[in-house]
Design a protein around this ligand. Structure first.
Ligand code: URA
Length: 413
C-alpha cells in the first residue's frame, strides 16, 4: 500500500478498503506518514466526503489506535453522553448525578474548553481540590459507590484522534461530517459504555450551524455507534441561545448546583431532563415519559444533589466556589424586547473576560464569565440589568461590555 494511491483514490471519489484505512491510521499515528500527506488526504475527505462504510472503518481504526477501557468492574448498565459543544452547556454536571440517582452508572471522561465553547473539566476544576486525573481503579470505585465520576480524557485513548484533530485545526479540515463523526465516535467507543447518547447541537454557538447538517451528523453517528455494537441514540438540539443563564466555569458550576437543588427551571433544566430521559430509556429503564418523570423526581427528592456532593467529595473537592474580583452590570438604555442572542459572540466575550482559551495551553480565570438576566422574548425596562460581566483579571470592561451588547438583537418598545 502507498499513501499517494490512497490520497488519489479519495480525490477521485473511489472507496477505500478497510485494510487501506487501517494502514493509513496506523502509519500516521506511528509517524511514518508525514503531516503534509495526511493533510492532503484530510482535505480530499473534506471536499469529497467518505461513504458510511469508510466512516465506520475510519472510526474503528481510530478507536483501536489506543486503549479501549474495560468497564466490566462496574456493577451495572453504563451510559455515556456526549455533546458536540456549545455556550453555557453544563448539562453533563446535571445529567450524570440525575441518571445515577435513577439506577444507571455514568463513567465519564470529558475535555477542556477551546475557543468560544466551554469544557466540563474546566468547570469541575473551578471546585478547589477536585481531582480530574485519578487512577483508573479509583475512577471505577467512585462510579460503583455513587453512580458517576467525571475525569479528564486519558491520553491513552485514541492517540490517532489527538494527532489528526490538531492537524485538522491547523489545515482548515475541521468542517467535515465524516471526520467529525469518526473523531467523536472513536473516543466514545474507546470509553466503551453500553449505551451512548449524543447531543448534536445546531445554531450560532454550535459546530453545526444549520439544522440540516446537525441532522446528517446525528444520523451518521447513531448508525456508526449501532454498527459498532452499542445502543446509541442522537438527538438534535438548539444552540441558538446560551444554555441557562451563566457562562464561565465557576458560574456554570454554581448554576448546575442550583438546578440540582431544584431552585431553577430554565432551558438548561429542560434540556438536562430531556437528555437524561433519553439515556435512561436507552438503558431500558422505561418509556421516555416514565424516565423523564424519574429524572425530575431525582431532583425534587434531593437524591441527585446528594450524589453530586458525595462524588465531588470523593474527588477531593470543596464546593465553596471562587468569586470574581471585578464585576460590571450592563444596563438597558431604553425599554426593549430581546429578539435574538448571538451565542457564539457571548462565548467569545466570556473568553475575553478570561473564562476560555484561544490556544490549548492558555491559563484560565475560573471566576470569569457572564450571568445573563434575560433570554429570548423578554421585555426589559430602561436601567434594568441585562447581564453582569465578571473577571478577576480585567477591571476595564469597556470592550467586553460593548461586544456583549452587540451580541443581543432587540427592538425598542
Ligand atoms: N469534537 C471532536 O471531538 N471532534 C471533532 O472533530 C469535532 C468536535
Amino acid at each position: 500500500m502507498n499513501i499517494i494511491d490512497i490520497i488519489n483514490r479519495t480525490k477521485n471519489k473511489k472507496e477505500l478498503s478497510e485494510e487501506e484505512i487501517r494502514w493509513l491510521i496506523e502509519n500516521y499515528t506511528s509517524g511514518i506518514i508525514p503531516d503534509y500527506q495526511m493533510s492532503s488526504w484530510l482535505m480530499a475527505v473534506c471536499l469529497n466526503g467518505l461513504t458510511e462504510r469508510e466512516t465506520l472503518c475510519l472510526t474503528l481504526a481510530m478507536r483501536d489506535s489506543g486503549e479501549i477501557l474495560d468497564l466490566s468492574g462496574i456493577n451495572g448498565v453504563t451510559v455515556d453522553k456526549h455533546s458536540t459543544g456549545g455556550v453555557g452547556d453544563k448539562t453533563s454536571l446535571i445529567i450524570a448525578p440525575v441518571a445515577s440517582a435513577c439506577g444507571v452508572y455514568v463513567p465519564k471522561m470529558s475535555g477542556r474548553g477551546l475557543g468560544h465553547t466551554g469544557g466540563t473539566i474546566d468547570k469541575l476544576e473551578s471546585i478547589s481540590g477536585y481531582r480530574t486525573e485519578i487512577p483508573f481503579s479509583e475512577f471505577i470505585d467512585i462510579v460503583n459507590r455513587t453512580g458517576f465520576s467525571i475525569i479528564s480524557q486519558s491520553g491513552r485513548l485514541c492517540p490517532a484522534d489527538k494527532k489528526i484533530y490538531s492537524l485538522r485545526n491547523a489545515t482548515g479540515t475541521v468542517e467535515s461530517i465524516p471526520l467529525i463523526c469518526a473523531s467523536i465516535m472513536s473516543k466514545k467507543l474507546a470509553l466503551n459504555a453500553d449505551c451512548i447518547l449524543l447531543d448534536v447541537k445546531y445554531g450560532s454557538g454550535a459546530f453545526m450551524k444549520t439544522y440540516e447538517d446537525a441532522v446528517k451528523l446525528a444520523g451518521l453517528m447513531e448508525s456508526i455507534g449501532g454498527k459498532a455494537g452499542k445502543k446509541c441514540r442522537a438527538v438534535v438540539t438548539d444552540m441558538n441561545i446560551p444554555l441557562g443563564n451563566n457562562i464561565g466555569n465557576a458560574l456554570e458550576l454554581s448554576e448546575a448546583v442550583e438546578i440540582l437543588q431544584g431552585k431553577c427551571r430554565n432551558n438548561l433544566y429542560d434540556l438536562s431532563m430531556q437528555l437524561t430521559a433519553e439515556m435512561l430509556n436507552l438503558a431500558g429503564k422505561g418509556s421516555v415519559e416514565e424516565c423523564r418523570h424519574m429524572a425530575e423526581n431525582a431532583i425534587t427528592t434531593g437524591k441527585a444533589y446528594d450524589i453530586f456532593k458525595e462524588t465531588v467529595s470523593l474527588h477531593g473537592g470543596n464546593l465553596k466556589l471562587p468569586e470574581a474580583k471585578y464585576k460590571y452590570e450592563v444596563r438597558a438604555v431604553h425599554d426593549m424586547k430581546i429578539t435574538g442572542i448571538d451565542s457564539q459572540e457571548i462565548g467569545m466575550v466570556s473568553l475575553l473576560l478570561g473564562a476560555g482559551r484561544i490556544s490549548k495551553d492558555d491559563p484560565i480565570d475560573f471566576t470569569a464569565g457572564i450571568v445573563m438576566n434575560c433570554t429570548l422574548g423578554d421585555c426589559i425596562s430602561v436601567d434594568d440589568t441585562i447581564m453582569t460581566l465578571y473577571s478577576s483579571e480585567i477591571s476595564d470592561f469597556s470592550e467586553t461590555a460593548y461586544r456583549a451588547v452587540k451580541a443581543l438583537k432587540f427592538c425598542r418598545i
